[in-house]
Design a protein around this ligand. Structure first.
Ligand code: ASP
Ligand code: MG
Length: 440
């Protein structure tokens, strides 16, 4: 068995669903379990409708639902889905009316509404494939933390084992239900997680995440086009890349698969012939130092100098306590005896944070920075990597450096205006002469 997960863009239209059907049918011998996201941006639209409804903007909320209904008919009717689309939208409309009356949105009602995208898309895709539809709400059992529910693996696996999988089966990603049978969701982007839970539960040979890119690249194409494709990387590398902005896959969602040693592939539904990126627990054996360069733009650098608390213990604790209280997460940190530099992404509370920090330190804030992060398992073993990084970056002003505790990444902070130059220089240094087994 294999699990094939298709994201929102891979089911966004009748044409996309036809493409999906072609890809899946070619694999029928492997008994695919197809996991699909909601069509296009449906989940966002559903949540907008819910927000409008409880804000007393009932008509606008119902207009959103109408627009979604028209969209699903336009793309889904060709597969014979008109009737089921109607049924689902009747229920959805009732729900939105109810929310407008209540004027209150609990996490449980958020899940009731946001789950519609996958409920409908999975039924449409099952029709398109003339395949068996498995209702994820009858299979994926979760706790009651609505909107970010955690799967109860033991019970889920029992239910997965009880299913007689047909030649092809289709399930909605993202959704499940609590023991009491109330619809829950696994968090935004949760369809990858569903694929991994199902794959691990049935002991699939591999899990395929079909998306709209050719897999992981050696650099962010929006910063520097022309990167190479990374054919194979370890789970730890994928995790480092995702942390600093590579949007292809959230690695925590593939943990169940990696724990069972099931390889996860990232593939392009627009170019199914491309071999994509393979993620495995150990990664490939290679001499290549780095696997990829990731970037995070629009970063703010906060430099904090201790004044009164010069070298006093508790200085760091006090600093982080301030960030913590204002729910602002810190990405990179570098410290010296009397100063701390750190980067943050979310600047919503920066004024308040700076004010509180100034009660015991001097604070200087630098905006429009970027983090550039070189990632690779072999960074740990190869001497001289830092030297190569700094030589390559020579004319670029590096504001901060940090090597992650995992030793798998080496990150630098540069001005946003230097970002492309920095990436280009590092890319030339580390990805000019590479192992053809691992890079294309
Ligand atoms: N449809 C859900 C979302 O947009 C889940 C997913 O696409 O993975 O977050
Ligand atoms: Mg997605």
């Amino acid at each position: 068995m294999i699990v094939m997960k298709f994201g929102g863009t891979s089911v966004e239209s009748a044409a996309a669903i036809e493409r999906l059907a072609g890809i899946v049918r070619a694999r029928i011998a492997e008994q695919p379990i197809v996991v699909v996201s909601a069509m296009g941006k449906t989940t966002n639209r559903l949540l907008e409708a819910a927000d409008l409804a409880v804000a007393g903007r009932r008509e606008e909320a119902l207009e959103k639902v109408e627009a979604l209904r028209a969209f699903h008919h336009a793309e889904g009717d060709v597969f014979g889905a008109a009737e089921l689309i109607e049924e689902h939208f009747r229920e959805l409309t009732e729900l939105v009316r109810g929310l407008a009356i209540l004027g209150e949105l609990t996490p449980r009602s958020v899940d009731a509404i946001s789950g519609f995208g996958e409920r409908i898309s999975s039924r449409i895709v099952a029709l398109a494939l003339q395949a068996r539809h498995v209702d994820s709400r009858a299979v994926i059992v979760t706790d009651e933390r609505h909107t970010l529910a955690v799967p109860l693996y033991a019970e889920t696996n029992v239910r997965l084992a009880a299913i007689e999988w047909g030649e092809i089966s289709v399930m909605g990603g993202f959704i499940g239900s609590t023991r009491a049978g109330v619809t829950s969701t696994l968090g935004r982007g949760g369809s990858d997680f569903t694929a991994s839970i199902v794959g691990a539960g049935v002991g699939a040979k591999q899990i395929e995440i079909w998306t709209d890119v050719d897999g992981m690249l050696t650099c962010d194409p929006t910063v520097l086009p022309g990167g190479r494709r990374v054919k194979s990387l370890s789970f730890a590398e994928a995790a480092e890349l995702a942390y600093f902005g590579a949007k292809v896959l959230h690695p925590s969602t593939v943990v169940p698969a990696i724990e069972k040693n099931i390889p996860v592939y990232i593939l392009n539904s627009r170019r199914p012939e491309a071999s994509g990126t393979k993620i495995t627990a150990e990664g490939p054996v290679t001499k290549s130092v780095a696997k990829s360069i990731s970037c995070k733009k629009s970063i703010t650098l906060v430099n904090i100098q201790s004044t009164r608390m010069l070298m006093a213990h508790g200085f760091l604790r006090r600093i982080f306590e301030v960030f913590d209280r204002h729910e602002t997460s810190v990405d990179m940190i570098a410290t010296s005896e009397v100063s701390v530099s750190l980067t943050i992404d979310n600047v919503a509370k920066i004024e308040t944070i700076a004010g509180e920090l100034r009660e015991f330190s001097e604070v200087d804030i630098e905006q429009d920075k970027s983090i550039v992060c070189l990632v690779g398992d072999n960074l740990r073993w190869q001497p001289g990597v830092a030297h190569r990084v700094f030589r390559a970056l020579d004319p670029v002003n590096v504001r901060m450096i940090s090597q992650g505790a995992s030793l798998r990444n080496l990150s630098v902070v540069v001005a946003q205006s230097d970002l492309r130059n920095a990436v280009e220089r590092l890319h030339k240094e580390f990805f000019t002469d590479v192992d053809p087994e691992v890079f294309e």
